[in-house]
Design a protein around this ligand. Sequence first.
Ligand code: 5PN
Ligand code: ZN
Ligand code: ZN
Length: 268
Amino acid sequence: MSDTKVYLLDGGSLVIDGFHAFWNRGPAGELRFPCYAVLIEHKDGRYIFDTGYDHAHVMRVLPFEKPLQTPDQTIPGALAKLNLRPKDINFVINSHYHFDHCGGNKHLTHACTVCHAKELEAARHPQPFEHLGYSDATFSPELVKARGQKLPPDPALDIYTPKFETISGDQEIAKGMWLYETPGHTAGHYSLMVELANRRPLLFTADACYSKKNMDMMVISSFHLDPVASVQSLVRLKELATKHDAELFYSHDPESWPGYIKAPGYYS
Ligand code: 5PN
Ligand code: ZN
Ligand code: ZN
């Protein structure tokens, strides 16, 4: 049996304002941050936790976020560098359905798609202030239809109907892979901890904590459903990291990102 391996797939970067990254604290001004996907090679299959953003979608809907993404930073491009194809992925887990975490889902047509039950419901019926965040549902005709929207015409897209599997509560979804409920940023947000044979566990905060600075300052980001729950989730992540001696990996951290091992390197 081979050990679990974890690859970070660079997905390019976006720009937001400092007041959004550090809600009501700032400082204001353009902040460019990384986005990435996490590939887990596990004895039970290949899992991807989050899939980054789709460049064409961001250019169409949020061009002011100035996306920078090379072909190698798309899901098919990043997998190709590892000699993998999209159909080799067995499970897609989304921390939540914001566009910068599910943009690559549409390529993973052979995977079972897993999220929190509350997240799927939120993606079907976003609050008015969540529309930009949940703007990329192009991977799911069912979601687009639930919202009364139409898929943008894109003949290049091989639209499929993903097999949704919803879960709730904290779950060990495969041996050593733990999903922890960290709501607040969205209704059904999950963070992921992966236990490895040769080192401390990795704890991927996803958008429950954008960066180390958010954690150190206990300042949440904007784009949240519930700010009080968001702060509680920051506290929870800190406690989980202590309890399991886990290393925190933040979702959008320009300062920590250079120190992370990126694919083709991996953690094991
Ligand atoms: C990167 C980013 N930009 C805008 C939004 C939003 O409106 O909800 C979530 C989000 C983002 O993650
Ligand atoms: Zn988000
Ligand atoms: Zn995000």
